[in-house]
Design a protein around this ligand. Structure first.
Ligand code: HPA
Length: 277
């Protein structure tokens, strides 16, 4: 029997600093944990302490919820995400995203690693995600709907918030960080794609491929969080380069992209916070 969100929030509030209300939830993808070290006044909760949450175990992913400040903005950081390919159920991903909403955040900033299907976006580059194709099995909202969280049916035309996209683009321009734009397609994984799959995905209109993001975006939109997403391009997608795709390779180029994200994200948060004020 699943633990209720009320039980989950009782645990979170036990750890949370008094009157702490994050503006933003931030989820860090594989190899992008270095950003978490910049969080000031951190309060850390291991995922194991959260009732009912299945914990992931991929190297390069920690499993910690961190409350603190980045760029002076109060945030809650999901350091290490849960992936379906680990055998995790959608329910655990729902719990994590809904914690962000219940703590009072208005926005959700997603980072991820992705393979690029565009020649001009190479390993180490950043791509802002503007739309997605759900190629995951199923949908994280299947099942009984809790109307107190969000409506049964939700529109996805504006899944990636236009205002946040504009702030991210302006911030990247100001910092001289090249920022590609593109459509993300999610796969279950854990196998990477075949070249034939990548050719098909390109025809569908996808620019980047990865094993996460889409369930989180759907859950976040359902509960009313505004979403922004930036992908660290860790490799050319299958069949697009002579380099073989490996997890180690994705971590290495993830580091290069992480250095750019480490500059971009705190400034993005500051500008977003100012724009909201
Ligand atoms: N495919 C799927 N997921 C990924 C990739 C890829 O090429 N690179 C990083 N995550």
């Amino acid at each position: 029997m699943a633990d209720t969100m009320a039980e989950v929030m009782q645990v979170i509030q036990r750890y949370a600093p008094k009157d702490f209300v994050p503006q933003v939830g931030l989820i860090l993808g594989s190899g992008l944990s270095s950003l978490a070290e910049q969080i000031t006044n951190p309060v850390t909760i291991p995922y194991q302490a959260i009732p009912g949450l299945q914990s992931g175990a991929v190297s390069g992913h920690a499993s910690l919820l961190v409350m603190g400040y980045l760029g002076g903005v109060p945030i809650v950081c999901l350091r290490g995400r849960l992936h379906l390919y680990e055998g995790v159920q959608y329910e655990s991903i729902r719990t994590l995203v809904r914690i962000v909403k219940k703590l009072g955040a208005h926005s959700f900033l997603i980072t991820c690693a992705a393979g690029s299907m565009r020649e001009e976006a190479g390993p180490g580059d950043l791509m802002m995600i503007t739309d997605h194709i759900n190629f995951h099995p199923g949908n994280p909202l299947v099942g009984k709907n809790d109307e107190s969280i969000g409506p049964r049916f939700i529109g996805m035309e504006d899944a990636y918030n236009l205002g946040l996209q504009e702030i991210m683009q302006n911030t990247a321009r100001r910092l001289n960080i090249p920022l590609h734009k593109g459509v993300y397609i999610s796969t279950l994984g854990p196998s990477f794609e075949t070249p034939a799959e990548i050719r098909a995905f390109k025809q569908w209109g996808a620019d980047a491929v990865g094993m996460s993001v889409v369930p989180e975006v759907i859950i976040a939109r359902h509960c009313g969080l505004r979403v922004a997403c930036v992908a660290a391009i860790t490799n050319a997608a299958a069949g697009m380069s002579k380099e073989k795709i490996t997890h180690e390779g994705t971590l290495q180029f993830g580091e290069l992209a992480a250095r750019k994200l480490t500059k971009l994200i705190p400034e993005f948060l500051k500008e977003m916070s100012n724009a909201m004020a």
